[in-house]
Write a protein that binds this ligand. Structure first.
Ligand code: SF4
Ligand code: SF4
Length: 303
């Protein structure tokens, strides 16, 4: 079984499905969306994070790093070429400014957290959400969590980018899942490849399979489109998505406001790649969500 690294297990979430939920964040994603607001979830491997705003300036870490990878003279503090990811510096850091992103967590430990939170699910209509990253990268591991949840009648939801093998998903995930939050980002395949790293054929094929099941009321499916200025929120793209959903008999969807948090986050990981996405927080105000909603409404899709 492919063992994932887990970024976080967060209880009391109100943003990741109905009711109060426990969210398990997997590390690793097959896509590489330029606007991803969880850049720490892109790689499947563990990473060293340095948060300058948390640093107490004690310099305890600098002297103990055998690779001499830490220095105030380095932009971002960590020389990523020298760092061997031993994570010893995180053990001496008193403030948590240096931290390890991603750790192996046994299914039993995850289930213990989930079972502890069960009273919250009962009272709120909540449950468990598998998120990421992309949980379907680790179907067997995810399946174990979902199966144990279903034994206890816990509501289960998976958030997915849709880039997975349908046969595996049908066998290992689908029988144990109540709801799917499914990202439909860009309809033009070439643009999808440009901004998300891969073309969208597999994603759309998988969505169509799920849409057919949702029409038969075998699964609860919600298509979600993040509104990224000038990339996903163009009238052409939104019209194409709405037309596509309407043709599949889908009558409701979700539009996610743009989140420019990625810019602050990538600094912590020393990511210096050219990022092809807007970084100006004023985009938050200039997005015309109502206008975007009205495009969906023209095709009979409520948002
Ligand atoms: S993870 Fe290890 S090698 Fe990297 S900076 Fe910390 S102590 Fe040095
Ligand atoms: S040990 Fe932590 S708080 Fe001290 S200098 Fe290093 S990163 Fe900053």
């Amino acid at each position: 079984m492919k063992i994932p690294l887990i970024l976080d297990i967060r209880g009391n979430s109100l943003d990741d499905g109905p009711g109060i939920r426990t969210v398990v964040f997997f590390k690793g994603c097959p896509l590489s969306c330029s606007w991803c607001h969880n850049p720490e979830s892109k790689k499947t491997t563990a990473e060293l994070s340095f948060d300058e705003s948390e640093c107490a300036g004690c310099d305890a870490c600098i002297g103990m790093c055998e690779k001499k990878a830490l220095s105030r003279k380095i932009i971002g503090f960590v020389d990523r070429k020298k760092c061997s990811l031993c994570f010893r510096c995180t053990e001496v850091c008193p403030s948590g400014a240096l931290s390890r992103m991603g750790r192996e967590v046994p299914v039993e430990e995850i289930m213990a957290t989930i079972f502890r939170d069960m009273p919250f699910y009962r009272n709120s209509g909540g449950g468990v959400t598998l998120s990421g990253g992309e949980p379907t990268l680790f179907m067997d591991f995810a399946s174990q969590i979902l199966q144990q949840c279903k034994k206890k009648k816990i509501h289960t939801l998976i958030e997915t980018c849709g880039h997975f093998e349908w046969g595996q998903f049908e066998k290992k995930i689908l029988p144990w899942i109540d709801m799917v939050y499914y990202d439909i980002k860009i309809m033009d395949s070439a643009l999808h490849k440009r901004y998300c790293g891969l073309s969208n054929e597999k994603i759309l094929n998988n969505f169509e399979n799920l849409a057919a099941l949702s029409l038969k009321r075998k699964i609860n499916l919600l298509a979600r489109t993040p509104l990224v200025p000038d990339i996903t929120d163009t009238p052409e793209n939104l019209q194409a998505i709405a037309r596509y959903l309407s043709a599949l008999g889908i009558s409701s969807a979700s539009l996610l406001p743009y989140n420019p948090m990625w810019k602050k986050k990538i600094m912590k990981f020393g990511i210096n790649d050219e990022i092809n996405a807007p970084d100006n927080e004023s985009w938050m105000e200039t997005i015309h969500i109502d206008k975007c909603k009205s495009i969906f409404a023209q095709y009979g899709i409520s948002v």
